[in-house]
Design a protein around this ligand. Structure first.
Ligand code: COS
Length: 379
């Protein structure tokens, strides 16, 4: 075992850091303020290969490992978590799921443009009454022979308005419970598919979150992913990898806030010396640095297991629950270290504190992660 990043990993980390500082930082406060989707920046992310990092180059991706993805997610999330959630959903929930379980035809038609970042995707599992209890799908997909007919509503869909390709879970045979759920590729513009109003959120306000409505939407059978009844397994397997993405997003939010607090503490003077010379601040910084280091190791371990094709579900759940809670604690302390300045927008840390909260909720709440972990250790 060694803890050293390869030359290639360091190059990817630097490319992500440069992109975040040069392209995402300018305007990040205004985008948050006006709930403005970072369209130009997402386009550039696609051109730089950040939207299909782990996809096989033959399908237009970067052919990189999950460790590279964690490193890039951390750097981008330090600056703009609204942009990094687009990256996480597109890479982990959409591209990975299609590469792993899609047919060759689906990969050629849908994965290729998604991996190149020419279009973006959305993952549609949550419903008004199905969040953590994901088996309780009310959206239906009736089998009509050569096509399915979809009816229902999805909630809280990241990239809901801007995506072109939607992976939608729906119940085909309620008697079979979760074994009757299917996953479908739905295109924007299919008759009967409408995008509902945009959500106005506490954090990640630049990201585009919508409800979606399906009213007698005809989806060709060739757009079903995997065998009949594979939809719930598809969602669970895909979300397991997604949790590494959100864990690294949380890690980035925490390390971004920590770096700002550290720099500020060396400049700001109180009682005749910089606040970094006061033990009250030193101990806060020491705790932040320790927890961030632990969160980073957990994210990298989950990624390493995934790259080795070993079981990573418990490691991903542990990384997500820990990193998201570190993000919350760290950002609260970063605001505290900044004092009154921390409470105003110009210093970035209040935004990071608001952004941190969602990482404890989406892609499996902290409570769901604890269910996954406790089942793994108790059997
Ligand atoms: N990978 C593969 N299969 C999995 C899996 C995983 N990580 N987790 C569960 N499954 C499978 C189980 O093996 C089981 O299959 P079989 O019936 O063939 O044995 C099936 O899925 C149902 O699993 P289980 O009985 O554990 O379902 P529960 O209803 O108890 O739910 C939780 C388990 C709570 C862990 C699951 O529903 C979950 O993760 N919920 C949160 C969903 C979520 O993240 N929502 C956010 C939406 S996206 S922002």
């Amino acid at each position: 075992m060694h803890f050293q990043l390869s030359e290639e990993h360091l190059m990817i980390q630097k490319a992500a850091r440069d992109f975040a500082q040069n392209d995402l930082k300018p305007g990040v406060i205004e985008r948050d303020d006006h709930e403005k989707f970072p369209a130009e920046q997402v386009k550039k992310m696609g051109e730089l290969g950040f939207l299909g990092m782990m996809v096989d180059p033959k399908y237009g991706g970067g052919g990189m490992d999950t460790i590279s993805y964690v490193l890039a997610m951390e750097e981008i999330s330090k600056v703009d978590a609204s942009a990094s959630v687009v990256m996480s959903v597109n890479n982990s929930l959409v591209c990975w799921g299609l590469q792993e379980f899609g047919s060759e035809e689906q990969k050629q038609k849908y994965l290729m443009p998604l991996a190149k970042g020419e279009v973006i995707g959305a993952f549609c599992l949550s419903e008004p009454e199905a969040g953590s209890d994901a088996t309780s799908q009310h959206t239906t997909a009736i089998d009509m022979g050569d096509h399915y007919v979809l009816n229902g509503t999805k909630n809280w869909i990241t990239n809901g308005g801007t995506a072109s390709t939607y992976l939608v879970m729906a119940q085909t045979d309620a008697a079979k419970k979760h074994k009757g759920i299917n996953a479908f590729i739905v295109e924007k513009g299919m008759p009967g598919f409408t995008v509902g109003p945009k959500e106005h959120k506490l954090g990640i306000r630049g990201s585009d979150t919508h409800s979606l409505m399906f009213s007698d939407v005809k989806v060709p059978k060739k757009n079903r992913i995997g065998e009949d009844g594979f939809g719930f397994k598809f969602a669970m397997k895909t979300l397991t990898g997604g949790r590494i993405g959100i864990a690294s997003q949380a890690l980035g939010i925490a390390s971004g806030a920590y770096e700002l607090a550290l720099a500020y503490s060396k400049e700001r003077k109180a009682f005749g010396k910089t606040i970094s010379q006061h033990q009250a601040i030193q101990f806060k910084l020491a705790d932040m640095a320790t927890e961030i280091d632990a969160a980073r190791l957990m994210c990298l371990k989950a990624a390493w297991l995934k790259d080795r094709h070993e079981d990573y579900s418990t490691a991903a759940a542990m990384a997500k629950v820990f990193s998201s809670e570190v993000a919350m604690r760290t950002t609260i302390e970063a605001v505290q270290i900044h004092g009154g300045y921390g409470y105003v927008k110009e210093f970035h840390v209040e935004r990071l504190m608001r952004d941190a909260k969602i990482t404890q909720i989406y892609e499996g709440t902290s409570e769901v992660q604890r269910i996954v972990i406790s089942r793994a250790i108790l059997g």
